[in-house]
Design a protein around this ligand. Sequence first.
Ligand code: NAD
Ligand code: 0WE
Length: 255
Amino acid sequence: MSLMAGKRGVIFGLANDKSIAWGIAQQLKEAGAELAFTFLNEALEKRVRPLAESLGSKIILPCDVVNEDQLAAVFAELEKQWGKIDFVVHAVAFANREDLKKPFSQTSREGFQLALDISAYSLVSMTRYAAPIMNDGGSIVTMTYLGSVRSVPQYNVMGVAKAALEASVRYLAAELGERGIRVNAISAGPIKTLAASGIANFKEKLSIAEERSPLKRLVTQDEVGKSTLYLLSDLSTAVTGEIHYVDGGFSNNAG
Ligand code: NAD
Ligand code: 0WE
């Protein structure tokens, strides 16, 4: 049984083989999906292209999600090559490094806008371009983190951006439900990726999550990939507007 046989979609947010997007891509490919990828810039293209090609992908395009023209061009190309698509994976986030260090009240207007633009609004714009070329039964999944609903030390403006992202998931789900298009988020526990490597004391955060989670271990990119596969497949046809926790139970445990 191939869960994703005959399904096609695009993955935003692959940087390298440690990316959550890579765990997702491998699971989707193994389940029979056909994949397109985007990369942020030329430096990342060097890493993304070989990974994408190793999964048989032929559509590999540049996209800075704050660039409306590039976003439009990605979906225009997908329509040209494929006609329709079945899924979108949004695994993109960014805030200024200083804004994840300073006290939260020191966040500048520019820093706040940048974090929300890249990490939250991009799901809205992506959905606007994707929906017209999506088959009924299409599915969109984004990546979030517990800092949206709890004040996690240092997560700061990213927590506010993830709260906006999660609310956007619910509004998009409500809007697109009548077309049979579903929108969900996965809230992953901490994973050592490129985005995490810029965070001070990240090792300590990992060991706290490890100790406090009922599973007594961290979650993997692969496990986030398997839950994403479920949300993008026809196993979850009545699941929409949800925040699905893949954090080893950490969020449900007082510690
Ligand atoms: P990653 O660094 O591998 O991926 C982040 C991606 O965002 C990169 O590919 C980067 O190129 C992309 N990106 C940044 N700014 C962009 C822009 N302007 N336009 C297009 N792409 C841009 O790190 P990751 O941990 O795999 O992050 C993927 C997602 O998972 C993010 O949304 C992150 O918040 C979320 N997440 C991560 C963790 C964790 O602990 N690593 C936990 C929960 C959720
Ligand atoms: O979403 C994230 C990280 C997102 C992120 C990371 C960086 C580092 C480098 C966004 N922007 C930047 N900008 C940079 O310049 N995570 C869920 C991982 C993460 O980050 C934390 C965490 C966890 C978990 C920050 C503080 C506390 C916990």
